[in-house]
Design a protein around this ligand. Structure first.
Ligand code: IMP
Ligand code: MG
Length: 209
């Protein structure tokens, strides 16, 4: 079973005043739940675990856009550093796929997959809530008969809506709240926020479509 850093349900988070948050979002957020530095530290360790497990296999790293782009880029940067500085190194190519299923803070019933023309054996993902998006994507990937598929997700939500699906590598397990920042969005807003934060109810109304 993948190990992860658990953020407890009663986690109070950190006051926004303690960190730098864009002015245009200050009134939309309650607390910083995962500061950017902690995301980076955990991602560095995931990179090490992945390289250790992959042996010398060639990795096609598949980024699940848009929410996964920050995590993907940072994870690959750490993998590159390991490749530069250790005896063992892993050849890496990249590909990108776009998946869309959310409107406001709710899953819609359709999961749209756009792009991605190569087989993949490593998919980098922002967050798994019910697991439906990832399961849809995995069944699409299996049509390409990849040798191996490993899923790395920065976040997994503890929610009764979960299908039971668990990624191979997990950064953090988080409470059942709507999170934004570090490329996670609410109707396309908040991707330009470095920390992972809880959105307040006012903001859910303000940015509703
Ligand atoms: P699932 O299919 O229910 O696992 O949902 C996964 C997708 O829903 C993610 O890739 C996100 O796009 C979106 N999502 C789920 N929870 C959140 C959240 O808390 N913040 C932002 N996006 C979320
Ligand atoms: Mg989204």
């Amino acid at each position: 079973m993948a190990s992860y850093l658990q953020i407890a349900d009663d986690e109070k988070g950190h006051d926004l005043d303690l960190f730098c948050v864009p002015r245009h979002y200050e009134s939309d957020l309650d607390k910083v739940i995962i500061p950017h530095g902690l995301i980076m530290d955990r991602t560095e360790r995931l990179a090490r675990d992945i390289i250790q497990d992959m042996g010398g296999h060639h990795i096609v790293a598949l980024c699940v856009l848009k929410g996964g782009y920050k995590f993907f880029a940072d994870l690959l940067d750490y993998i590159k550093v390991l490749n530069h500085n250790s005896d063992k190194s892993v050849p890496l190519t990249v590909d990108f796929i776009r998946v869309k299923s959310y409107c406001n803070d709710k899953s819609t019933n359709s999961v749209r997959v756009i792009g991605g023309d190569e087989l993949s054996n490593l998919a980098g993902k922002d967050i798994v809530e019910t697991g439906r998006t990832m399961q849809t994507l995995l069944s699409r990937l299996s049509e390409c008969n990849p040798k191996m598929v490993k899923v790395v997700s920065l976040l997994v939500k503890r929610t009764p809506r979960s299908s039971g699906y668990r990624p191979d590598y997990i950064g953090f397990e988080v409470p059942d709240a709507f999170l934004v920042g570090y490329a996670l969005d609410y109707n396309e807003y908040f991707r330009d926020l470095s920390h992972i934060c809880i959105l307040n109810d006012q903001a859910k109304e303000k940015y509703k479509v």
